[in-house]
Design a protein around this ligand. Structure first.
Ligand code: UDX
Ligand code: UDX
Length: 452
C-alpha cells in the first residue's frame, strides 16, 4: 500500500518538526497536523517567525511545505477520516495521581486520541505511536479501538522519535536509525512496509530497523535512560573532582577518548532537563517495579536521584558562598531553556536552582534569549513547590524574558543554559557561577569564577 494521506495528532515539539520533514521529503503525501489546542494550530498557521516551536532550520522548511502538502487544522474528524496512516504525537506526562503517581506515564492523552480515532474512522487505518510510551501500550490502544469500533481494522506500529531539541531538523534529516515495531502478522508486515517506504525516501535502508512492537517501545525508554545515565555518571564525578582537585573537563576528555566509551554525552552540567529523560527513566523504574525487578528499578532510579542532587548541590554552592543569606545580592540567572537552541523549558534545572536562590532571599532577574516571559512565569507558578505566594513572587522577581539588560546591575551571574551569546558578556568584577562550564576555557578571567 502506498500512503498518500497522513494525519498527525499533536502539533508539539515532536509532531510539528517530524511532519514538516516528512512533508518536505514526500511532496506527494498530504499531511494534516491536528491538535486539541486551537491556539497552537493558529500559531502554526501564523507568521513564520513566530511558530510555536523554535528549532534551527524549521521555519525555512515550514515556509516551503505549508499549504503545499502540509496543513495545520482544527478539524480532527475529517483529518482522521481521510488519513490512511495516523501518527500519535501527543505528550505523555508523568501521572500526578492514582496508581503509579509521580512515576508512571499518564496515558490519558493517548487514550483520548484512540477514542477519537475509533469514533471517526470508517475505513482501515495504520496507527503509528510516536509518543514515548511504556511497554505494551499498543495493546491498550488496540483494546480501546476494537471495543469502540469493530467495523474497521486498526494496525498499530511503534515508531519512536529520537530527535533531540535544538538539533531536531538535522536529526530528522540524518537519523542514526529509524525504529519501526509491528506485529509479525501479514497485516502487521504490510503496515511496517508502508512506513518503511516513507522513510526510505531519504534514510538509507540499512538504518531502518524493524522489530516487534514491544522491543521498539522499550528501546526508546532504554535509549533515553542510557543517555541520561552517562550524564549522571559524569556529573557524579564532577562532585568528586571538586573535592580532590582533579578537573572534570580533563576527566571527561580522557574517558571519552576510549573508543569503547566515546566522547558524546559526557558534558558535565548543572543537571539534565527536558521533557524526556526524567519522565522516561521514572517510567522505566515503574515498569521494573511492576514486574517485581526491584534491584533493576533501584539501579535506574539512581540516575534521577543523582540528577536531582546535582541541581540542589549547585544551588547550595551559591547560597553557601554567601553564608545562606542572599538578601543583599543582585543575581541574574542566564538561561531558562533546558539546553541551548530551543525555547523549551520543561524540567529545566533553572526552574529549581532559581527557587532555591529565591528562598535564600536573593533579588533575582531571569534572562533567556528564547524563552518568553509568560512561559517563565508559568513555570514558576507550576513548579515552585516551596514558595506558595505567587503574587508576591512575581513582584519580587524581575523576569526579563529576552529583554536587554545591563550586566553592571548585578553582583552574581549564574549561567544555566549554554547559550553562545553568554560568552560575549563582559563579566569584569562579578562573581560567576557557571552551571555549564561555558567559560571554562576563557583565559585570564577578570571575575571570580566557579565552574562545575
Ligand atoms: C513528545 C512525545 O510525544 C512525548 O511522548 C515525549 O515523551 C516527548 O515528546 P512533545 O511533542 O514534546 O511530546 O509534547 P508537546 O510539545 O507538549 O506536544 C504535544 C501536543 O499534543 C500539544 O500541542 C497538545 O496540545 C497536543 N494534544 C495533547 C492533543 O492534540 N490532544 C491531546 O489529547 C493531548
Ligand atoms: C533527548 C534524547 O537525546 C533524544 O534522543 C530523545 O528523542 C528525546 O530526549 P532532548 O531532551 O531533546 O533529547 O535533548 P538532549 O540533547 O538529549 O539533552 C537533554 C539534557 O541533557 C539537556 O538538559 C542537556 O543540557 C543535558 N546534557 C546533554 C548534559 O548535561 N550533558 C551532555 O553531555 C548532554
Amino acid at each position: 500500500m502506498r500512503i498518500k494521506n497522513i494525519c498527525c495528532i499533536g502539533a508539539g515539539y515532536v509532531g510539528g518538526p517530524t511532519m514538516s520533514v516528512i512533508a518536505f521529503k514526500c511532496p506527494e503525501i498530504k499531511i494534516t497536523v491536528v491538535d486539541s489546542s486551537p491556539e497552537k494550530i493558529k500559531a502554526w498557521n501564523g507568521p513564520i517567525d513566530k511558530l510555536p516551536v523554535y528549532e534551527p532550520g524549521l521555519s525555512e522548511i515550514v515556509k516551503k511545505v505549508r499549504g503545499r502538502n502540509l496543513f495545520f487544522s482544527n478539524n480532527i474528524k475529517d483529518s482522521i477520516q481521510q488519513a490512511q496512516m495516523i501518527f500519535v504525537a501527543v505528550n505523555t506526562p508523568t501521572r500526578t495521581s492514582g496508581k503509579g503517581a509521580g512515576m508512571a506515564a499518564d496515558l490519558k492523552n493517548v487514550e483520548s486520541c484512540a477514542l477519537d480515532i475509533a469514533k471517526y474512522s470508517n475505513n482501515n487505518k495504520i496507527i503509528v505511536e510516536k509518543s514515548t510510551l511504556p511497554v505494551r501500550t499498543a495493546e491498550k490502544i488496540k483494546e480501546i479501538l476494537i471495543k469502540e469500533n469493530s467495523h474497521v481494522h486498526f494496525e498499530i506500529l511503534s515508531n519512536p522519535e529520537f530527535l533531540a531539541e535544538g538539533t531536531a531538523i538535522q536529526d530528522l534529516f540524518k537519523s542514526d536509525r529509524i525504529l519501526i515495531g509491528g506485529d509479525p502478522t501479514p497485516k502487521g508486515r504490510k503496515a511496517i512496509k508502508a512506513l518503511v517506504e516513507i522513510y526510505t525516501r531519504w534514510v538509507p535502508k540499512g538504518k531502518i530497523l524493524t522489530t516487534n512492537i514491544w522491543s521498539s517501545e522499550l528501546s526508546k525508554l532504554a535509549s533515553n535512560a542510557m543517555l541520561a545515565q552517562r550524564i549522571s555518571s559524569i556529573n557524579s564525578l564532577s562532585s568528586l573532582c571538586q573535592k580532590t582537585g582533579a578537573k572534570i573537563n580533563e576527566l571527561s576528555k580522557a574517558i571519552g577518548l576510549d573508543h569503547r566509551i566515546g566522547p558524546h554525552f559526557l558534558e558535565p552540567s548543572v543537571g539534565f532537563g527536558g521533557s524526556c529523560f526524567k519522565k522516561d527513566i521514572l517510567n522505566l523504574v515503574y515498569l521494573c517495579q511492576y514486574y517485581g525487578l526491584y534491584e533493576v528499578a533501584e539501579y535506574w532510579n539512581q540516575v534521577v536521584l543523582i540528577n536531582d542532587h546535582k541541581i540542589k548541590d549547585f544551588a547550595s554552592r551559591i547560597v553557601n558562598k554567601f553564608s545562606n543569606d542572599l538578601s543583599k545580592i543582585e543575581i541574574i540567572i542566564l538561561g531558562w531553556a533546558f539546553k541551548a537552541n530551543t525555547n523549551d523549558s520543561r524540567e529545566s534545572p533553572s526552574i529549581y536552582v532559581a527557587e532555591q536562590l529565591y528562598l535564600a532571599n536573593a533579588s533575582l532577574s531571569i534572562y533567556d534569549p528564547l524563552v518568553e516571559k509568560d512561559k517563565v512565569i508559568n513555570d514558576i507558578k507550576t513548579y515552585w513547590k516551596k514558595s506558595k505566594n505567587f503574587k508576591k513572587i512575581v513582584t519580587d522577581i524581575s523576569v526579563l524574558g529576552n529583554q536587554k539588560f545591563d550586566i553592571k546591575s548585578y553582583d552574581v551571574c549564574v549561567i544555566l543554559t549554554e547559550w553562545d551569546e553568554f560568552k560575549e558578556i563582559d563579566f569584569k568584577g562579578k562573581v560567576v557561577f557557571d552551571g555549564r562550564n561555558l567559560l571554562l576555557k576563557v583565559p585570564n578571567k577578570n571575575y571570580e569564577y566557579y565552574s562545575l
